[in-house]
Structure formats: C-alpha cells, structure tokens
Design a protein around this ligand. Structure first.
Ligand code: HPA
Length: 273
C-alpha cells in the first residue's frame, strides 16, 4: 500500500468519527497537551485506533486526537506528537500532518518545549518560530516523491507563514505578553545537547533548540499548509545557566506557562483569518 493510500484510509477513519471539515489543526508539545482539555464538544480519537497512525511513547504526550471547538473555531488537536528519538522514521512523524491536509486542514499550529539558546531569553518565555535550522540531516520528504502529496522540490522561504506570525504578534500585544521571535534548531535528542553543541547552534543563529517540530513543518510545507510555530522556552540550553538540564524542570516550566500559553493560542485562534 502506498503512503498516499494510507493517508486516505487514516483520513477516512477520522472523518467518520468527527464528521465536520476542520481547517485548523494544532500539535501540542511536551507539557502543553492540557490545552486539548479545553476543547468544547470534544470527540476523542486515540491514535491507536487510527489506521497506520504511529502511537506516541514520549512522557507528557497523551496520544490522542481531539476534535471540537476552541476559542470559537473548529480545531483538530494532536495531544501528543511523535519524535525521531522514539525510533520512528521521519516520514512516519510527518504522517499525521499529511492526514490533516487530506482532511481539509489549511493552517497548522505547532507547539513545543524548547531550550533557550538566546541569552536574552528566560525560562517561561514564549517564542514565535520565524525559521529553523535542521541539524539532524533527516528530512521527511526523502525518498520517492508522490506528486499527489506535494512537489519534489519546494520552497521553505515562507515556511513559517509571515501573516500567521503577524496575527500571533497581535494576540501577544493584546495580552501584554513578552513574545519572543527567533530561530529553532532541531537536534534529534533524546540526550539534551552539550554546551559545545549549544555554542555551535548559537554561532549558526539559533535562538532555541529542541527535538521536534521541524519534520512536521517540512511535511506541512510540502503539502501546502500554512504553519505557525510556537516554542515554550522551558530552560536555558546546555551550558548557558551553569545548571544541569532536567526533564522535571522542562515539565514544571511548561506547566507554569500553561495559562499564558492557553490565552495566547486562544486569542491567536480568534484573530485568525
Ligand atoms: N534541548 C532540547 N530539547 C528541549 C530542551 C533543550 O534544552 N528543553 C526542552 N526541550
């Protein structure tokens, strides 16, 4: 069976469960999944039930698709995502994004927890992703290209849609948030980076580092989706604070940021064209 056919089967299954056409999808990162609990009229579909869907194994990732209304908009929410460090091929990580496209989604909001590599940042900051650096050498579009999914070669200049970012900036201003904007560098994990790797990432222009999002953004751009990327800076990256990085801290800070993160995403949804 081709990937295209698998996408079709997964999409047909989800459509049979949720009924409506949804134009906006959200992917909730580490510790940020609780936003899915705020979805009204929620129809929950566990990943395990969806044909060909991977199943998430990472801590803090619930592994279910939630469809319903958030801030007055119909949304599809991935509560828990897939990471390369879990052992999936990158093309599998991209699979849900391709299914979203097949379901009629046009706008994808991707969120993550990230380490701050910009010394001006502090844990708890929210950062709009303006661009990324792929330090892994992986790409979900490697392999035979199926033109029904997207073109062989595709532009990444506007991968992080400038209009969506402008909308999100407006939401940030209205809420009086300190909203950062910067470049996200993708490392595979699961080890946090070394201080030398962080110095390298900074020298290359990275403002934040993390273990997700980039494969989904590449697949989304390939499939013609508009992307908004939001990082929650949960810790200063390795070597920047003199402290060891702990996943407890990552979850603690993402928990603390939850109210601001939630209002920010909600206001952004309300303002979306
Ligand atoms: N590095 C990579 N991924 C992360 C970090 C980090 O410092 N913090 C949260 N996710």
């Amino acid at each position: 069976m081709t990937t295209y056919d698998q996408i079709g089967e997964a999409a047909a299954f989800i459509r049979s469960k949720i009924g409506t056409v949804t134009r906006i999808a959200l992917v909730l990162g580490s510790g940020l999944g609780v936003l899915a609990e705020e979805v009204e009229g929620a129809v929950v579909v566990p990943y395990a039930e969806i044909p060909h869907f991977p199943v998430s194994t990472a801590p803090g990732h619930a592994g279910r698709l939630v469809a319903g209304r958030l801030a007055g908009r119909d949304v599809l929410v991935m509560q828990g995502r897939f990471h390369y460090y879990e052992g999936y091929p990158v093309s599998r990580i991209a699979f849900p994004v391709r299914v979203f496209r097949s379901l009629g989604v046009r706008t994808l909001i991707l969120t993550n927890a990230a380490g701050g590599a910009n010394p001006d940042f502090v844990p708890g900051d929210l950062m709009l992703i303006s661009d990324h650096i792929n330090l892994t050498g992986h790409n979900p579009c490697i392999g035979e290209n199926d033109e029904r999914i997207g073109e062989r070669f595709f532009d990444m200049t506007r991968a992080y849609d400038p209009e969506l970012r402008a909308t999100a900036r407006r939401a940030g201003v209205e809420l009086g948030l300190v909203l950062r904007e910067g470049i996200y560098a993708w490392f595979t994990g699961p080890s946090y980076e070394t201080p030398a790797e962080i110095r390298m990432a900074r020298a290359l222009g990275a403002d934040a580092v993390g273990m997700s999002t980039v494969p989904e953004v590449i697949a989304a751009t390939h499939a013609g989706l508009r992307v908004l990327g939001i990082s929650c800076i949960t810790n200063m990256a390795a070597g920047m604070s003199g402290k060891a990085i702990s996943s407890d801290e990552v979850f603690e800070i993402s928990e603390r940021v939850r109210p601001q993160f939630s209002s920010f995403v909600r206001r952004t949804l309300e303002l979306l064209e």
